[in-house]
Ligand binder design. Structure first.
Ligand code: ATP
Length: 236
């Protein structure tokens, strides 16, 4: 469904992604793990067109999308939930969700999807008229995911959904991520610093170090790998 082939991305002179190649199959959850500053967010930005790669290819359903403007990439069915959530703080929950659907013209379907996200996150349903900025961190993460779902993505890019949240909320969010994948066949590309959690929900994983992919395997094998354990799983 998505393929990165030898992607190189720069911030000015900083070579942030070095020959990154990643494949995501239709319907799966894959994860990209790595330390702070390894290039995980940059990988997502390179896919969604926010920071276009300088060389290499990003293929979405076989079609090159590198260099396309982000809104066109969204309208093809590829949607990113950015790190730090970035919801619209002054808009209400329901207005935030409307923004997620603003490129769509199928209003009956939009209404159906709105019902679906409110069912997925009853807390948001109770808070429809509340300003986004007044929600708790966990609720804002739920809103950010829901807003992305309102674009009807076929591929959802999630950047650190666990960041800054209490373990119980993180557990809920991860259950919902699994549910979204199972119920809608939405393919999910998950970036996480919490490698343990990410490898439990994903079937496969990629490990990134200083801008390069250094390892890829099934999640089970990565969880059992000594190097991965030492570096990312905090088990020694
Ligand atoms: P984190 O989990 O901390 O977000 P990450 O793996 O997502 O880490 P990136 O944010 O992709 O890492 O950063 C990769 C490298 O690119 C880092 O060295 C970072 O300092 C650099 N970088 C990121 N954004 C910019 C920017 N806007 N300008 C210059 N350098 C940047």
């Amino acid at each position: 469904m998505l393929e990165l082939v030898n992607v190189n991305t720069y911030y000015g002179n900083i070579h942030a992604l070095k020959d990154v190649s990643i494949k995501v199959e239709q319907g799966e959850i894959i994860t990209l793990i790595g330390a702070n500053g390894a290039g995980k967010t940059t990988t997502l930005m390179s896919i969604s067109g926010i920071v276009p790669p300088r060389s290499g290819e990003v293929l979405f359903e076989g079609k090159p999308i590198q260099g396309m403007p982000p809104h066109e990439i969204v309208s093809m069915g590829l949607c990113q939930v950015p790190e730090g959530r970035r919801i619209f703080p002054l808009l209400t929950v329901s207005e935030n969700l409307d923004m997620g659907a603003f490129l769509r013209k199928d209003s009956a379907q939009v209404k159906q999807d709105l019902d679906y996200v409110y069912e997925l996150f009853p807390r948001l349903s109770e808070r429809r008229t509340q300003q986004g900025g007044t929600l708790s961190g966990g609720e804002q993460q739920m809103l950010a995911i829901s807003r992305a779902l309102m674009a009807r993505p076929r591929l959802l890019l999630l950047d650190e959904p666990s960041l800054g949240l209490a373990p119980i909320i993180v557990k809920q969010i991860f259950q919902i991520i699994r549910k979204i994948n199972e119920e809608n066949q939405t393919t999910i590309f998950l970036v996480e610093q919490n490698a343990n959690l990410a490898l439990q929900v994903a079937a496969r994983g990629y490990v990134m170090e200083t801008g390069r992919v250094t390892m890829t395997d099934s999640s089970d094998n990565l969880l059992a790998n000594e190097e991965v354990k030492n570096a990312y799983l905090g088990m020694g």
